[in-house]
Design a protein around this ligand. Structure first.
Ligand code: MGD
Ligand code: MGD
Ligand code: SF4
Ligand code: MO
Length: 891
């Protein structure tokens, strides 16, 4: 019998894939499996590895289940009363700007709408900012400067039907995997289609690239400045389009010629071979159907807005916007980053794509909301907000669905700010995050699969998320908590919504209110939608004005923009490099970003043991020349020091980064490892227009940690390893698995004493020493159950501990003949698969090498033998380098 399923939307990246979720039934496994929704226009049935693993992350690991005040559980009533009393007091004593929301592109549009309405219309402050400030604020400002509105002109189909795709500062193979697979499939069908990747690093995305420009970090604007000059000199500017639909070309062009006078100057500035730059400019000149696809390598920059406008300028000059297969396409990161923009949930926006500076907007929104206390000017952007908190100006902050102790730059400053703030309210689904640790009041939120509402993806497509599972414990919806506080502040009638549907229709009505085509964001078609229609809502791309239910794929097809004269603007750009440059004291440039199988601060993906296997520890990718020069050891430890903080990470030797540059992922937190928070090292340097931090760039020094003693620890209970030089908890199916290091072998004895004391396990120990290999092992068994296992080694080792982890399972008895295997390390029972490449089928590098040695000569053949790459396909770019033909090609 076919199982019943419901359709919802993936809660991870901005691709916004549709998900089918099999509904739980009493006699079935309570954690329902998921599959891709074949009819969703974002994914047509595909899911990447994170989406495919969603059911593993639904378990109630570390859920926050009750509200608490100063660590003591309390009732919702008490928590909400305390919050509203404090807001009332600080607003009375210090004015409305003493209050702030710090929100997230991971809450739903309905949550965002009520938070924005409460702050900007009723409390009277525009201090509503969000982690989207760290993500796409620069792209927003650039679109507004160019188009007069924050409008993403393109749709996903453009990526499949363009003839030239320029991917800048994006590692989509890992970060927008389903889109990347759509692109890869399109390219295979249309062999003339060219893909160019611009990224200082060689990434998995380069797998489909015909050209990779490994530019000097931060030098992108020069490429596009020169492309503008080249469009002019090659005679490919679209004069008719420019005359009818744009203004400011001459000034922008003059500026571009001054900044990037020649190809050789530009190639030199960007550190790329001249012939590679010429290849790009020739393709650009020859190809009408060109999309430029950009993400954090562009946005997270002290001149991010200018970089985005340098890209848009090139598209305007060649008339490559509003047409099939052409346009400047900023890709959003979070599932509802776009929804936040629609609502106006940023400190420099008002509501529904209106700003404080938009003539008449304040009055319009005030009338629509019947708002008693309208804010009248921009609020504080994220970094400024936390600085104002440290300065004592913001006294109450409500943080919702984001982990700023990990994600904001200079986390030491963030800590000082939260310590100073009189009331820190944190709404989260999880108990133990680096930010919940700083909260005065914790509010348990419902999470994905429990909450109802809408999200909007990168191509302006609005989709429903559906609440399919019951809320655990006392978890409540974020919008509900906000409305309850609003009512306690005296704003009953404006916040008496019965559910997400009520909020959505109000949001739709505001978008259409006195609009008549003046504003791009108009979803007036939905303003009188019923609850049943809302529940059945199919994915649809906005605008969806009244009477036009079909939605809109591509914007600006008529060459009309949202400026006063309906013409798009060129912006003169002078390329600049990142604010901090490396020097003798800080000789390395640190680049940061994402890995394939983790999501941000790991509060959800960190629950899935299978997702941890691709990259199980925080690392720093370093070129072999620097590894050698610094006396580092592959898989050993390095200390990264910046003027702001430090981190200790595993060394990963790799030619993917250039000498002098290193790369570290952003995911690990203090909940998973002791010294791994990368934002510790990042300065609070921001773009002056967007306020977006330069999170992709810090100057640092690297120090080798000589002769540490490495260890692996398995335990049935959580351990306090704060005395260790390094520890990292690796998500595992059973018990607790840690990789650790001590400063020297001399500390081992003390560490063992400490662990024995901590665990109360002083008896039943078995020991094994191998003086030749430098290994020593200890196991503690109680009633034939393995409870603690310590492996020490003086060299970094990649052990495959799956079999040992399985012995931590409750009720697992260790057989007599297994004892020696546990200690002597003849791990014959466990097949050493090597590093896991395919997470879906847990296929490791050693198995792949073996299959290749046995004759597998294509990814398809590998798939046929090992199944790797045959489910979500996220690992395909990593399978290809195993193929013999690739080795020949790159040799
Ligand atoms: N697996 C996974 N996927 C995710 C996320 C996740 O946490 N995990 N997060 C989601 C979110 S919120 C976002 S915003 C997106 C981000 O998606 P991406 O922007 O694709 O991801 P990043 O890895 O942050 O950075 C992209 C690339 O920018 C490059 N870069 C650094 N400096 C420069 C530069 O000066 N110029 C250029 N051209 N490139 C540079 C980096 O080397 C890196 O490869 O990913 C989304 N998808
Ligand atoms: N150095 C450096 N720093 C960066 C970046 C970088 O590339 N380099 N990237 C930046 C970018 S683009 C981003 S988007 C940020 C991301 O950084 P964060 O937003 O800080 O990271 P998340 O782990 O996504 O945090 C989301 C939190 O919300 C909780 N949560 C999930 N769903 C819900 C819900 O429905 N309600 C509530 N109340 N809580 C929920 C989760 O448990 C988690 O604690 O990091 C930024 N920081
Ligand atoms: S690409 Fe992956 S993470 Fe992104 S929405 Fe689709 S399934 Fe989710
Ligand atoms: Mo993001």
């Amino acid at each position: 019998m076919a199982q019943a399923f419901q359709k919802t939307t993936c809660p991870y990246c901005g691709v916004g894939c549709g998900v089918n979720m099999v509904l739980p039934s009493a006699d079935k496994d309570p954690v329902p499996p998921v599959s891709g929704d074949e009819r969703h226009p974002a994914n047509f049935g595909r899911l990447c590895v994170k989406g495919s693993s969603l059911s593993q992350t639904l378990m109630d690991h570390d859920r926050l289940l009750t509200p608490s005040i100063q660590g003591h559980s309390t009732s919702w009533d008490e928590a909400l009363d305390t919050i509203s009393d404090k807001i009332t007091q600080v607003v009375k004593d210090h004015g409305p700007d003493a209050f702030a929301f710090y929100l997230s592109g991971q809450i739903l549009t309905e949550d965002y709408y009520v938070a924005n309405k409460l702050a900007k219309g009723f409390i009277g402050t525009a201090n509503v900012d969000t982690n989207s400030r760290l993500c796409m604020a620069s792209a927003v400002v650039a679109y507004k400067r160019a188009f007069g509105s924050d409008t993403v002109p393109c749709c996903y189909e453009d990526l499949e039907c363009c003839d030239l795709l320029i991917m800048v500062g994006s590692n989509a193979a890992w970060t927008h995997p389903v889109l990347y697979q759509r692109i890869a499939a399109a390219k295979q069908k249309r062999p003339h289609m060219k893909v160019v990747v611009i990224d200082p690093r060689q990434t998995a995305t380069c797998d489909i690239a015909d050209l990779h420009l490994a530019i000097k970090p931060g030098s992108d604007a020069a490429i596009f400045s020169y492309l503008l000059c080249h469009s002019d000199s090659a005679g490919v500017v679209d004069q008719a389009f420019m005359a009818d639909s744009t203004s400011g070309f001459d000034e922008a062009l003059k500026c571009a010629y001054a900044a990037t006078p020649s190809a050789s100057f530009t190639a030199d500035f960007c550190g790329v071979p001249l012939e590679d730059l010429t290849c790009l400019t020739d393709w650009w000149a020859d190809t009408d159907k060109t999309v430029t696809f950009y993400s954090q390598g562009i946005n997270q920059s002290s001149s991010g807005v200018d970089k985005c406008n340098a890209i848009i300028n090139c598209h305007l000059a060649t008339g490559r916007v509003g047409k099939e297969g052409a346009g400047p396409f900023s890709i959003t990161g979070q599932p509802n980053a776009m929804g936040g923009r629609e609502v106006g949930g940023l400190a420099n926006q008002l509501a529904a794509h209106m700003d404080f500076a938009t003539p008449g907007a304040q009055d319009l929104v005030q009338r629509f909301w019947q708002a008693p206390n309208m804010a009248s000017e921009n609020g504080l952007k994220a970094v400024d907000l936390f600085q104002a908190m440290e300065a004592g100006k913001v006294k109450v902050v409500w943080i919702m669905s984001t982990n700023p102790m990990v994600s904001l730059p200079d986390t030491a400053q963030v800590r000082r700010a939260l310590e100073k703030c009189e009331l820190v309210i944190v709404s989260d689904c999880k108990n133990n995050t680096d930010t919940t640790a700083m909260a005065d009041i914790l509010l348990p939120a419902t999470g994905w699969s429990e909450k109802n509402g809408t999200v909007t993806n990168s191509e302006r497509c609005i989709s429903r998320q559906r609440g399919l599972l019951p809320a655990p414990g006392e978890a409540r919806h974020d919008w509900w908590a906000i409305c309850e506080v609003a009512k306690r502040l005296g704003f009953h009638s404006a916040f008496s919504y019965q559910g997400a549907h009520d909020i959505f229709v109000e949001h739709a009505a505001l978008s259409a209110f006195e609009n008549s085509g003046k504003r791009d964001f108009d979803i007036g078609h939905f303003q009188s939608m019923t609850q049943a229609e809302y529940d059945a809502l199919l994915p649809v791309q906005w605008p969806v004005p009244k009477g036009q239910p079909a939605g809109t794929k591509r914007m600006f097809a008529d060459g009309q923009f949202f400026t006063a004269d309906r013409k798009a603007r060129f912006i003169p750009i002078t390329p600049v490099l990142p604010q901090h440059v490396s020097n003798k004291e800080w000789p390395f440039v640190l680049n940061t970003g994402r890995v394939r199988d983790q999501w941000h601060t790991m509060t959800r993906t960190g629950n899935a043991a299978s997702l941890a296997r691709h990259t199980n520890q925080p690392y720093v990718e370093i070129h072999p020349r620097d590894v050698k020069a610094l006396g580092l050891q592959d898989q050993g430890l390095a200390r990264l020091v910046s003027p702001h903080g430090q981190a200790i990470l595993r060394v990963k030797t790799s030619r993917a980064t250039s000498p002098g540059q290193v790369f570290a992922p952003i995911h690990w937190t203090q909940a998973f490892a002791n010294q791994s928070v990368i934002s510790n090292l990042i300065p609070q340097v921001v773009d002056p227009l967007s306020g977006q931090p330069e999170s992709k760039h810090a100057v640092i020094r690297l120090e080798a940690i000589h002769n540490p003693m490495f260890g692996s620890i398995l335990s049935t209970q959580a351990l306090d390893l704060s005395a260790f030089l390094y520890w990292c908890r690796i998500p595992s199916e059973h018990g607790f698995y840690y990789e650790v290091a001590l400063s020297s072998a001399a500390e081992v004895e003390q560490a063992i004493r400490n662990l024995k004391q901590q665990t109360g396990l002083s008896e039943y120990w078995m020991e094994y020493q191998n003086p030749l290999s430098g290994q020593s092992r200890m196991a503690c068994l109680q009633e034939n159950q393995l409870v603690l296992l310590l492996y020490w080694h003086d060299q970094p080792q990649q052990l495959s501990l799956d079999w040992l982890v399985s012995k931590l399972a409750p009720d697992c008895q260790v057989e007599e003949q297994e004892r020696l295997a546990i200690l002597a390390g003849s791990l014959a029972q466990a097949e050493d698969k090597g590093e896991i490449i395919c997470s879906c089928f847990q296929v490791g590098s050693k198995q792949i090498q073996q299959a290749v040695a046995e004759g597998a000569s294509s990814v398809a053949e590998l798939g046929a033998r090992l199944k790797c790459g045959t489910n979500c396909g996220s690992c395909v770019p990593e399978l290809k380098p195993f193929m013999p033909i690739q080795v020949e090609k790159s040799a």
